[in-house]
Design a protein around this ligand. Structure first.
Ligand code: GDP
Length: 140
């Protein structure tokens, strides 16, 4: 996995609200190439594993319940400086603090239902991409 890739999920509420197209449009317009893409749903075990770092936090159960509540879009995105640039495009974790025009500013409903996930490091981007996609599902 080259370091010019990041992993994203469009979270269940944003999918339910019909924002898949608008979010993918913004991603493309911001210079990211989609190299892997699928509509899928996390099991409880998947979500607990994905967010294991937060398992002691008070919002963990709410987060797992939300993330398993409906389909998500998983994608791998490619761009120079992908991890950092995508974190800038999605905005702050709390949508009330997310800058104007960011994905969380435009499409989020709350801290938990904050529209999208973006990897926080190259290492996690590789782990999270491999969690959702086989090598043959990722394109150059
Ligand atoms: P991210 O990298 O910006 O997504 O933030 P984190 O990795 O810290 O948290 C993962 C996800 O957990 C966030 O996207 C939120 O959906 C949720 N989350 C994080 N912190 C809080 C919190 O304090 N309260 C609630 N309700 N959810 C949170």
């Amino acid at each position: 996995m080259p370091t010019n890739r990041t992993f994203t999920m469009i979270k269940p509420k944003a999918v339910e609200n019909g924002h898949i197209g608008a979010i993918l449009d913004k991603i493309g317009a911001s210079g990211f190439k989609i190299v892997a893409l699928k509509l899928t749903q996390l099991s409880k075990i998947d979500a607990e594993k994905f967010y294991a770092v937060h398992n002691e936090r008070p919002f963990f159960n709410e987060l797992v319940a939300f993330m398993t509540s409906g389909p998500i879009v998983a994608a791998v995105l490619e761009k120079e400086n992908a991890v950092e640039d995508y974190r800038a495009l999605i905005g702050a974790t709390n949508p009330e603090e997310a800058a104007e025009g960011t994905l969380r500013n435009l499409f989020a409903e709350s801290m938990t239902k904050n529209a999208v996930h973006g990897s926080d490091s190259d290492e996690n981007a590789a782990i999270e991409s491999a969690f959702h996609f086989s090598e043959r599902e990722m394109f150059a």
